[in-house]
Design a protein around this ligand. Structure first.
Ligand SMILES: Cc1cc2nc3c(=O)[nH]c(=O)nc-3n(C[C@H](O)[C@H](O)[C@H](O)COP(=O)(O)OP(=O)(O)OC[C@H]3O[C@@H](n4cnc5c(N)ncnc54)[C@H](O)[C@@H]3O)c2cc1C
Length: 379
């Protein structure tokens, strides 16, 4: 077992120089695992503090809900480099002034640099409504589907999660309706998704159906993600959704030695509006934040994109190419080839996290046309 795993912290008062200078990463998701591994590649011995004893491949949770997969867990031993110490614990508060984190148990850990990578999770949905935003909710939906084999499922929200879930459920033989689907007609990518949904028998509802449960139906709210309250509760600068506000080098505004990456951030400044909550953002952000810390100098860490990849059921998928700033390009790969592309990306995701680098290529696109951020230099 990895050092620190499952350890219960019991109030620690000794504070060595090594502890004081240590980098701590909070959150073992896509951004946090990448950042911790990247720091280790830079020669650091980071501590990864995370709430669950395993990594969750959230991008596969719609398949957990549809019972195509028993779970989406990956053991940390298969992901973390040997120099990353793992502590399974929940961080209750960050004391930025005194440079320490406080765990749920009341125990404390000092840091030299802190990366907040707490991601996003399930929103509070109304009673009887489901979501697939985190592991427990996806499993709960799978259980409800088992208990009610004839129930019609209404998925509310035509974003990537809603579309993937609707396809997975329809593929498993469910009667599925996708509400708020009118938005899909807005561009060629959406229209291709609508065609695939229709071919699977998903009823597309244009109505703005509120995510509340109707008698006999199962309703899944796929309209958005919630941000953990840690940054807010710690008095760090947050936006109205609770995302911690960082500059382009991922430094938390006005707070020394505290950085953030992943879904739970708002990058302040021009040219950042394209950033979306995605592992396609979290992995390059995790890489960049580790580089900023290890090299001790700012860099433009705002990532760009190359494609949007969706699992559309029964081995089908769609890899829609986009500009660095996430604008749709007129190229896409669909059908079974698209499904192979999507599955390959999912597998590479784990490989990139393990490597602490977001790409097998020597560079990853930034949001600035023509500008490429070095991601593997020095590592
Ligand atoms: C069904 C579904 C399908 C998706 N499909 C795609 C896709 O195809 N492509 C794509 O790019 N994105 C997809 N996403 C979005 C993607 O999963 C997220 O953007 C990604 O998980 C964000 O990574 P992260 O590292 O910021 O956070 P997370 O992966 O959410 O990890 C955050 C971690 O921090 C831990 N944590 C939180 N608070 C604390 C605390 N106080 N103390 C200790 N630990 C804490 C959590 O337990 C978690 O392990 C999908 C999401 C869902 C739900």
């Amino acid at each position: 077992m990895r050092r620190g795993t499952e350890r219960i912290m019991t109030g620690r008062t000794d504070r060595s120089d090594a502890d004081d200078e240590r980098a701590i990463v909070v959150g073992g998701g896509y951004a946090g695992v990448t950042a911790a591994n990247r720091l280790a590649r830079h020669g650091a011995r980071p501590l990864l503090v995370t709430a669950r004893p395993h990594f969750v491949e959230r991008i596969r949770l719609h398949r957990v809900a549809s019972a195509d997969r028993p779970h989406a867990r990956v053991p940390f031993d298969a992901l973390l480099r040997p120099d990353v110490e793992l502590l399974v614990a929940t961080v209750a508060r960050v004391d930025a002034a005194d440079r320490r984190i406080v765990l749920d148990s009341g125990a404390e850990r000092p840091f030299g640099a802190l990366v907040l990578a707490v991601g996003s999770g399930a929103r509070t949905v109304s009673s009887g409504v489901h979501c697939v935003d985190d592991e427990s909710h996806a499993e709960r939906l799978a259980g409800a589907l088992r208990d009610r084999p004839d129930a019609v499922v209404t998925v509310v929200g035509p974003g990537a999660t809603g579309v993937e879930l609707a396809c997975a459920l329809a593929d498993s033989g469910r009667r599925v309706r996708l509400a708020r689907a009118a938005r899909l007609a807005a561009d060629h990518h959406g229209r291709a998704l609508a065609a695939r949904l229709t071919s699977l028998g998903v009823a597309l509802l244009d109505d703005d159906v509120p995510p509340v449960a109707a008698a006999g139906d199962l309703v899944v709210d796929a309209t958005g993600l919630a941000i953990p309250a840690l940054a807010h509760d710690s008095g760090l600068p947050v936006d109205d959704r609770g995302r911690v506000v960082v500059d382009r080098s991922l430094r938390v505004h006005g707070v020394e030695r505290v950085y953030a990456a992943g879904d739970a951030i708002l990058v302040d400044g021009p040219g950042t509006a394209h950033l979306r909550p995605a592992c396609a953002s979290a992995i390059p952000l995790g890489t960049a934040v580790a580089d900023v810390i290890a090299r001790g100098r700012p860099r433009d860490a705002v990532p760009g994109y190359a494609a949007r990849c969706l699992d559309l059921g029964d081995g089908h998928g769609r890899v829609q190419f986009v500009s660095r700033t996430d604008r749709l390009l007129p190229f896409a790969v669909g059908g079974r080839l698209g499904g192979i592309g999507k599955e390959a990306i999912c597998r590479f995701t784990l490989r990139w996290m393990r490597a602490g680098a977001p790409s097998p290529l020597p560079s990853w696109p930034t949001s600035r046309t023509g500008a490429l951020a070095r991601t593997t230099a020095g590592a």
